[in-house]
Ligand binder design. Structure first.
Ligand SMILES: Nc1ncnc2c1ncn2[C@@H]1O[C@H](COP(=O)(O)OP(=O)(O)OP(=O)(O)O)[C@@H](O)[C@H]1O
Length: 323
């Protein structure tokens, strides 16, 4: 069952005179319980996609295409209806939980307010009990409900955020760099927790990260973004064993390697284009070892090769093209 469906989603930010084409024509869906890893360099539009699904983009931002959560097109909802969906059907956790926790409110107040907004039929007592259970689910003692956010370590705060985001059992969870600010041991614990909870609750998750190692562990499918485009989408196995897009190949080469014979870390030379003035043709062409004449002239369409969706002219031509 499709719990999330994006069709031709484009997002344009307005900054003064400039328009930033942060996301362009992105389509994918998520099945119940599935984890999609969304990877790519800083600035490629990963977070923008997350915020689009939450409908939390700055005023004046133009969004085209359609986003459906459990079949509901969110663009047709009023602000109040969207508020009801946020938290109950779709939730988001961030790199720094302090940005979402109010420092002057006890943990309990965060939960009670959230729960009662969505389930006004519950008593405060019931809401507190739900909160205590959610906290225990993430390995925190219920008596810490009375504490304030600053009384928790970074890893514990992230656990609190996870508990808050899943207490109403949303169908979709967007985790935006959820472990980036944590040390490696805590990172692993948080990822383990996210995997356990999403499995138990059959929550579909979008795991946004620039860390290929993280998606290698946690994702079922991987979407690779470059300069606002989804350039490759495939199962995790396909991405790691048979990457098709030259950018994906470059990302994989830049994963630190423990092989003693291959200690060299290879970065992709160059940098992504200015999204307020993207180049004609393929946005990756200026950095691509395999760029051909057509890549500079015409934006590649998406081709499908053995279940992999790839936006690259290498897979075009008459025999493979679907354009
Ligand atoms: N509010 C905004 N106004 C204007 N431009 C923005 C805004 N937010 C993001 N952008 C631009 O949109 C593009 C995509 O940014 P986004 O944060 O979605 O990328 P990202 O892949 O999540 O990067 P990071 O990993 O650094 O968060 C970037 O060029 C960024 O500068």
């Amino acid at each position: 069952m499709k719990v999330l469906e994006l069709k031709n989603v484009s997002v344009r930010y307005k900054t003064g005179e400039k328009t930033v084409n942060a996301v362009e024509n992105v389509s994918f869906h998520l099945e119940k319980g599935e984890t999609l890893g969304l990877v790519g360099e800083s600035g490629c539009g990963k977070s923008t996609l997350g915020f689009s699904i939450m409908r939390l983009l700055p005023k004046g931002t133009k969004i085209d295409g359609s986003i459906k959560i459990e079949g509901i097109d969110i663009s047709s909802l009023s602000d109040e209806e969207m508020r009801q969906i946020r938290g109950s059907k779709v939730a988001m956790i961030f790199q720094d939980p302090m940005t979402s926790l109010n420092p002057i409110l006890r943990i309990e107040d965060h939960f009670v307010e959230m729960i009662l907004t969505h389930r006004p039929e519950l008593s405060k007592e019931d809401a507190r009990e739900l909160a205590a259970k959610a906290l225990e689910d993430v390995g925190i003692n219920r008596n810490r409900l009375k504490d304030y956010p600053f009384q928790f370590s970074g890893g514990m705060r992230q656990r609190v955020m996870i508990a808050l985001s899943i207490v109403l059992n949303p169908a979709v969870l967007i985790a935006d760099e959820p472990t980036t600010s944590l040390d490696v041991i805590v990172q692993a614990q948080i990822m383990e927790l996210l995997e356990k909870l999403t499995k138990e609750h059959r929550t579909a998750m979008i795991l946004i990260t620039h860390d290929m190692g993280l998606v290698a562990e946690a994702a079922d499918r991987i979407g690779v973004m470059y300069a606002g485009h989804l350039v490759e989408l495939a199962s995790k196995e396909r991405i790691f064993t048979n990457p098709l897009h030259p950018y994906t190949v470059g990302l994989l080469r830049s994963i630190p390697n423990t092989d003693v014979n291959d200690k060299e870390l290879r970065y992709i030379p160059g940098s992504p284009p200015d999204l307020s003035n993207p180049p004609e043709g393929c946005r990756f062409a200026p950095r691509c070892e395999k760029a051909m004449k057509i890549c500079w002239e015409k934006e590649p369409p998406e081709f499908e090769i053995d279940g992999t969706r790839v936006k690259c002219w290498l897979y075009g031509g008459d025999q493979n093209g679907t354009d």
